[in-house]
Design a protein around this ligand. Structure first.
Ligand code: NAP
Ligand code: HSE
Length: 452
């Protein structure tokens, strides 16, 4: 080895011991374990890349069940069930929160900020629901909180919107930002799996939340959309102001019918600034043209299409969930957290920059629609539904009533209407009236047909 390299190697080794940042890791499940393994595998590389400045030593690990068998790679004495022992350990300089949920996670994050310990988290539910309080504490204690892993797994979309696009007015962000639901839709479509089996696979692969309800009811994606919108437009957005519909009601026939029309079904996050600067934020199963780039985002992959006034269109694509991709994002944040300590807490995290902003009421948002009705099959059903739509001046571009090949005489059928573009509020009023018709047996299921 040349002498200069040897000296550099020795210097680096000394740095590891003297300057390594102590980490308190709260949570050692899918992502936490991924972080430990990534640091073990690439710790020396990270140190080289950061000019010898950044190395990390895990000092304590919080888990719920201390008796659970853990990988033998990590010393048993690191593990504890006492969260204060992790956060308040004087050797812990950076706190990484990867337990999920919003109660204990809030206590951990806020205590760390009070102690002026930078925080890294992947917890979108926590930030979407309690971000206002957390960001206020971050400001108060001049201590950053980093959350790249909270949105779109391994895709560096937070850093991109916060830093790389800081010179842009963001006009729109459209994305597939839940890996589990995207995986389920694809497995239902291509492998003909039923909903529960597809969800079971996503859970086994480590994509789903501890409570997978959040994945399928759209709320995990909604939490992420709230974070992206807050980042782009600078004001806190309350969860109750966001319109969210999940994929629970998607049937194979919807996917099949979309395919025949040249679309694919995606759970789409739409974030868009209107001319009056009000912001539209919504989540709903949507028909996306098969020619659009988002249509080819399959399985656990996520993508976010951003339109900025300077950059124009840009699309970010990658794995949106899973152990290693998410660990990649957490470790990147760790390096930023370390740099913030070295810079005497120069703020590199993110804070909303204004208190007030306006959201577009969901009733005023407009698209075309696909609506599926569960109806009693008798003559005149189509005419009855069409009459109500006509009363509300909603145009129909097509109808379809697939016959069940196993029971062509079935009395109950699903009937599909394709509707012209109109305000969502108007559609809701019409659908309420239609639901009151004798021939309609259940609440109609609505998909947006997006023009992207
Ligand atoms: P996970 O596999 O369920 O792991 C959770 C970990 O936290 C476990 O080690 C668990 O302890 C510990 N824990 C949970 N509740 C606890 C409590 N009350 N007290 C002490 N320890 C507790 O979850 P994950 O998939 O790694 O997700 C962690 C976070 O990352 C969540 O906020 C999630 O939304 C986010 N995230 C996940 C992904 C992904 O692909 N999985 C991607 C991006 C972001 P035990 O080991 O003893 O059970
Ligand atoms: N459950 C989430 C998903 C994990 O499936 O996208 C990544 O945030």
């Amino acid at each position: 080895m040349p002498q200069s390299c040897q000296i550099r190697g020795e210097l680096l080794a000394r740095c590891v011991n003297e300057n390594a940042y102590g980490i308190g890791l709260a949570g050692c499940g899918t992502v936490g374990m991924g972080v430990l393994r990534t640091l073990k595998r690439n710790g020396a590389l990270i140190q080289q890349r950061t000019g010898g400045m950044q190395s990390f030593v895990v000092k304590r690990i919080l888990v719920r069940d201390a008796a659970k068998p853990r990988s033998e790679e990590f010393a048993a004495e690191l593990f504890t069930t006492d969260w204060r022992a992790v956060v308040e350990d004087p050797e812990v300089k950076i706190v990484v929160e990867l337990i999920g949920g919003t109660d204990l996670a809030f206590a951990i994050v806020t205590r760390a900020l009070e102690l002026k310990k930078p925080v890294v988290t992947g917890n979108k539910a926590l930030l979407a629901e309690r971000g206002r309080e957390i960001f206020a504490l971050s400001l108060k204690y001049n201590t950053p909180i980093f959350f790249e892993a909270a949105v779109a797994g391994g895709i560096p979309i937070i850093k991109t919107v916060r830093e790389s696009f800081v010179g842009n007015r963001i006009h729109a962000m459209t994305g597939i930002i839940n890996g589990t639901s995207n995986y389920i839709l694809q497995r239902m479509s291509e492998a003909g799996l039923d909903f529960q089996s597809a969800l079971g696979e996503a859970q086994k692969l480590g994509y789903a939340e501890a409570d997978p309800t959040l994945d399928v009811n759209g709320w995990d994606a909604a939490h992420k959309a709230i974070l992206l919108a807050t980042l782009a437009y600078g004001f806190p957005i309350a969860t109750e102001d966001v319109h969210v519909v999940g994929i629970q009601q998607v049937k194979p026939m919807d996917i099949e019918f979309a395919k025949q029309l040249g679309y694919v079904v995606k759970l789409l996050a739409v974030i868009r600034e209107h001319k009056d600067h009000a912001v539209e934020v919504r989540l709903q199963p949507s028909f996306v043209s098969r020619n659009h780039i988002l249509a080819s985002v399959n399985g656990v992959f996520n993508a976010v299409a951003v339109h900025g006034d300077a950059v124009g269109d840009a699309v970010f694509y990658g794995r949106g969930a899973g152990q290693d991709p998410t660990a990649s994002a957490v470790v990147a944040d760790l390096v930023d957290a370390g740099a913030s300590l070295a810079d005497d807490l120069v703020h590199r995290g993110f804070l909303p920059w204004r208190e007030e902003g306006k959201l577009v009421p969901i009733e005023q948002t407009e698209t075309a629609y696909y609506v599926r009705f569960d109806v009693t099959d008798r003559p005149g059903v189509i005419a009855e539904i069409a009459q109500v739509l006509a009363d509300f001046k909603i145009g129909i571009s097509g109808t379809h009533s697939p016959v069940n090949p196993e029971d062509p005489e079935a009395a109950f059928v699903d009937m599909v209407f394709l509707l012209h573009r109109c305000p969502y509020g108007l559609l809701q009023q019409a659908l309420q009236r239609i639901e009151d018709l004798d021939c309609v047996n259940a609440q109609p299921v609505v998909f947006r047909i997006e023009q992207l």
